[in-house]
Design a protein around this ligand. Structure first.
Ligand SMILES: *Cc1c(COP(=O)(O)O)cnc(C)c1O
Length: 379
């Protein structure tokens, strides 16, 4: 007999549920922008940028139009262009590689550490040559990459380090806020991110005054002052309505992060002893803000896909981040680089399964998901 609870659909994210709890605050914040008509570069953006930097304990935060633009603006600020190489992870969303390629430079892919899914610094070092200009570690699924090692590599080889922190806002490495450890950090406010807007948005982070003013200018047509454009820039700004939404949500971010970590703790308790399932590694020198709760299903792609399909039939959403490594996507296939050893990246693509993870998940939902995963892996 199926009960009502057994047929309830469980989505990957529940943005409507999250909105309902803060509806009054959000509507008021949006209305105030509508009444001010200061839609671009208004005072609400200035306030949000300051509050964001203060929240993270950093010096500068500059709003831009998306997390992908944030990476592009960062790369433009450090002068990346044709002939340059930038090392990043192939086990990630395409944004970093895309921004590098768009500027005419070459993304070079290093393999990951199997436990954390983050780029492996020991695999980066052999890829560094005279054309290498920067490294972009991605703090995947909510847990920072090994920033001590990347900062050291940057210093040893005179490379910029840009942290793609789209998935790990508020996480720390060695007590320092992710995004402010390298030269520049980038954030995405894509709606489903831990701090999500009601549309696209992003930010660049830095403690360096010069890079900050350079990036502010680049994101604003290459100028800080109208008709004094002294460099080629882009039009990439965080609009006031998004900034107003984000200001409200920033006040709730601690509580959102606690809800995610509590959900992860509960999943861990139910899944960590299950053979053929590997729960996410949590490394001792850093915090994890669980943008995703991503397990590995042993047995390879067919087994993982079988379990995902069965969960889907029962109304339990899952997602595969990422099914195809970037170096195998049509636009990024590069013969020269395919020879590089990306074995752990390929294995992760075959084994990962992200379970529902959001601020509105309930204990009974997590219990049901975990028990169905447990039953299915045993089949
Ligand atoms: C979401 C995301 C981005 C890009 O963010 P957009 O705001 O969608 O442009 C970049 N990198 C990673 C790892 C992401 O998850």
């Amino acid at each position: 007999m199926t009960t009502v609870a057994d047929t309830e659909r469980i989505p990957m994210v529940d943005l409507a549920g999250q909105y309902r709890r803060i509806e009054g605050e959000i509507d008021e914040a949006i209305r105030s922008v509508l009444e001010s008509t200061r839609f671009i570069k208004g005072p609400v953006l200035v306030s949000f940028e300051q509050e964001l930097a203060d929240y993270l304990g950093g010096r500068h935060a500059i709003g831009v139009a998306s997390g992908t633009d944030a990476i592009q603006v960062a790369l433009m600020a450090i002068g990346i262009g044709p002939g340059d190489e930038v090392i990043t992870s192939s086990f990630s969303f395409v944004a970093a590689a895309e921004a590098v390629a768009l500027l005419g430079a070459t993304p070079v892919f290093a393999d990951i550490v199997p436990g954390s899914f983050n780029m492996d610094p020991t695999k980066v070092e052999p890829l560094i040559n005279e054309r290498t200009k920067a490294i972009i570690p991605v703090h995947l699924f909510g847990q920072p990459a090994d920033m001590d090692a990347f900062v050291r590599l940057g210093a040893d080889h005179d490379l910029f380090v840009i942290e793609d922190n789209a998935q790990a806002i508020g996480s720390t490495f060695g007590g320092r806020a992710a995004g402010y450890i390298g030269d520049i950090g980038t954030l995405s406010f894509f709606p489903s991110k831990n701090l999500g807007a009601f549309g696209d948005g992003g930010a660049v982070l830095t403690n360096d005054d010069e890079l900050a003013s350079l990036m502010r200018a680049i994101a604003n047509h290459g100028t800080l002052k109208k008709y004094h454009n002294n460099r080629i820039g882009v039009n990439s700004r965080l609009d006031s309505i998004q900034a107003a939404v984000l200001r409200v949500k920033l006040r709730h971010l601690d509580e959102y992060q606690r809800a995610r970590v509590a959900a992860a703790d509960r999943y861990d308790a139910l899944l960590s002893e299950i053979p053929d399932v590997e729960v996410p590694a949590r490394l001792s020198d850093r915090t994890h803000v669980f943008h995703q709760y991503t397990i590995r299903v042993k047995g390879g792609r067919n087994e993982r896909d079988r379990i995902a399909a069965a969960l889907g039939e029962e109304g339990i959403a899952t997602a595969i981040y990422y099914p195809v490594p970037i170096h195998e996507l049509e636009a990024y296939r590069s013969d020269e680089r395919r020879a590089a050893d990306l074995a752990e990246t390929l294995r992760a693509c075959d084994e990962v399964l992200s379970l529902p993870m959001h601020t509105e998940l309930t204990d009974p939902q997590i219990t049901r998901i975990a028990s169905r995963v447990t039953d299915l892996v045993r089949l």
